[in-house]
Design a protein around this ligand. Sequence first.
Ligand code: FES
Length: 223
Amino acid sequence: MSQKTSGEPVPFRNPGWAGNTGEYELTEEQVRGDDFVGERPLDGGHPSVAPSYPYMKVEKDPEAPLFEGPYEERFRKILSRYPDPQAALLPTLNLAEELRGHISAETMDEVARLLELPDAYVRGVVTFYTMYNRRPVGRYLIQVCTNVSCNLCGGDEVLEAFLEHAGVGEGETSDDGNFTVIEVECLAACGFPTAVQINSRYYENVTPQDVPRILERLKAEVG
Ligand code: FES
């Protein structure tokens, strides 16, 4: 990456990689795109990193089996990393959510059977963590931070803009199935308010004016 030296100013501030600040000769696609998010191979790659990071796909399949093909391979890798099945619960839930998009009560029970854990234990864990989706979400789950830093820099207005332009209420999914918009607590990107997480991708320094363009771009991705 090179810092801007000439030409038209790039209208994106502070891409926010590991403390790099300033203006760069980068396109919107590079700043807002997924060049720096990376794709996860279906089998998850090496066991040391494969299963643990929650990843959200655009197309979810709530009826997908737990687990088959490359996902079964990932599940085996998860089990290989932990001393007992109980310790593998969170990454197994992450994997189920990646595949199905949300963790329904039925999914909780299936995971309990897979790991030979009590149903109530799995339900207790899922309901403890707000980061698990317990209802279906759209192709893009838009999580807008309205915690302190983001709030001081207009997080509420950014949330309102997403709700207005996606045509939904908070927690609802748009009629075309593309967008679910929710308000969340700190996304750990406080240096770049307002922070928004859309599926696995972070958008930083988002203003209400950016919102229509972000949504258009996402719509274009799914055709
Ligand atoms: S307050 Fe918004 S990311 Fe921390």
